[in-house]
Design a protein around this ligand. Structure first.
Ligand code: SAM
Length: 209
């Protein structure tokens, strides 16, 4: 259970993007990892992107093709409005990640603060099923969740917190032999109000079949 579309449409309708606790003016850790593992011309997707400015930075750096997925139309509308014509080439996908059938493959899958909302094991299995289908062999998945010492809730919803080992074990359980950890690190996010939130970033490579 991840709150449902109505919850998230209300959230994005009620507050400006730069007031949301997860707002990053510059998504620096994500950009560092993406720049290390993606080439311009390779397909990228941001899962549960919300109104994130990550895609703005990727356009600026010449990356693409870019896809942005979120189940909240209100969140996607914020980014579409902000980007204007710069967003014309983005594939905007309004979908629930636990119920999404990818129709192409991607070189890089990015998820910041979405997987941790999947408190139901069936939803996590569906997510990893979509990940396995969507990522090309040898492709990279960057998954950032709240760390074990991070908040217990986000946007009023319960989350599952992970350290690098927990997350790797969960992927291995759901897709045995499917993904190899390349690197992992902790990161302290500072919210717009100055609160500290401990995140865990992991980078996986999909094992070539
Ligand atoms: C905490 S926000 C993070 C947004 C963005 N990744 C960032 O770092 O700014 C979580 C996002 O995940 C989206 N989301 C939650 N559950 C989802 C699901 N099941 N399928 C697709 N998107 C989902 C929400 O609409 C929201 O935009």
């Amino acid at each position: 259970m991840t709150g449902g579309q109505d919850h998230w449409n209300t959230v994005y309708g009620a507050r400006a993007e730069d007031e949301l606790t997860w707002f990053e003016a510059t998504p620096s850790v994500s950009l560092e990892y993406i720049s290390a593992h993606l080439q311009p011309g390779e397909a990228f997707i941001d899962i549960g992107a919300g109104a994130s400015r990550l895609v703005d930075a990727l356009i600026e750096k010449g990356f693409g093709p870019l896809s942005v997925l979120d189940h909240s139309a209100a969140a996607l509308a914020v980014s579409q409005l902000r980007l204007g014509q710069r967003g014309d080439h983005i594939d905007w996908i309004e979908a629930d990640i636990t119920d999404w059938q990818p129709d192409q493959t991607y070189a890089l899958w990015h998820d910041r603060a979405v997987f941790h909302f999947l408190t139901d094991a069936n939803d996590r299995a569906a997510y990893v099923g979509a990940l396995s289908k969507a990522l090309r062999p040898g492709g990279i998945a960057i998954i950032a969740t709240f760390a074990q010492d991070g908040p217990e809730k986000c946007s009023g919803l319960p989350v599952v917190r992970y350290d690098a080992q927990d997350l790797a074990q969960e992927l291995e359980r759901l897709c045995p032999g499917g993904f190899k950890v390349i690197e992992a690190r902790r990161h302290m996010h500072i919210t717009p109000k100055g609160n500290h939130q401990s995140f865990q970033y992991s980078v996986f490579r999909k094992v070539a079949a």
